[in-house]
Ligand binder design. Sequence first.
Ligand SMILES: [Cu+2]
Length: 252
Amino acid sequence: MLPTILALFLACTLGLVSAHGGLSNYTVGDTWYRGYDPSTAEEEQVGQPWMVQRQWRTIDPIFDAESKFMACNDPGVSVGKGYIDVEAGEEITAVYYYWLHPVGPMTVWLAFCEEDCTTLDVNKVGWFKIWEAGLLEGNLAEGMWYQKQFQRWDGSPGLWPVRIPKSLKEGLYLIRHEILSIHVEDKPQFYMECASLNVTTGGKGMPGKEWLKRFPGVYKRDDPSIKINIYTEEAMRTTNYTIPGGPVWTAE
Ligand SMILES: [Cu+2]
C-alpha cells in the first residue's frame, strides 16, 4: 500500500467516525435557507414554517443501496412548509460543514411535486438526475474526485453549486443531493438530503417517463460502481468510473 492510500484509508476507517455529515444549508444568490440539523432539538425544527428540508435523524450514512431511506434519508419525512425559491437557470448552492470523505460520485436529482412537496411520497415519485460529477482525473484510489475537491480540511464549509436547468418547467420540485462515498472496501456510504424547491420563470422542459427513476430501485447492491474496492492493483490502473443511476437529463 502506498503511503497516501494508507493515510486515506486510516482516516476513514479508524478515528474519524464523526467525519460523517450532511447538507446543512442552501443558498440562492444572497438568500440563505436553513436545513434540518440532526444535532439540534427536534421540537425547535419540526413544524416550522421556514423549514425547507426533509428530516434526517443522524449524520450517519445509509449503507444499503436498496433501502427505502435511499430517497431522502432516514426518516425523510416532511417537517416544514418552506420552499427554496430559485429561477430556472439559476444556481443553488448546497452547504456542507466538515465534509471529509474524498472518494465517490456526487449527484443531484429532482422530482416534480404537482401541488405540494410536503405530501409527496418520496418512494413513489419519479426522480430525474440533473447533475453529476465523479472521477475527474487519475485512478480510482489516488485520482482527483469532485468529492475530494469539494472537501475542506481547514474547517470552512464545502460548497456545492448546481445550476437548475434553464428550460425546466416552473413548479414545485423536491431536490435531492446525494454523495456516495466508497473509501471503505465493499461498504458504500450514501448521504442524501431532500428539500422543497419552488422553480420560477422556467421553460417548457419536463423529462419523459424514460428519465424517471425510483428510490429505492435506481441502484443495485452489487453494482460494480457501488460495491467496490478501490484499493486493489486493478483499481490503481483504472482511470474511468461509471456514475450509477444513468445519464443526466438534458432539457431541450
Ligand atoms: Cu463518514
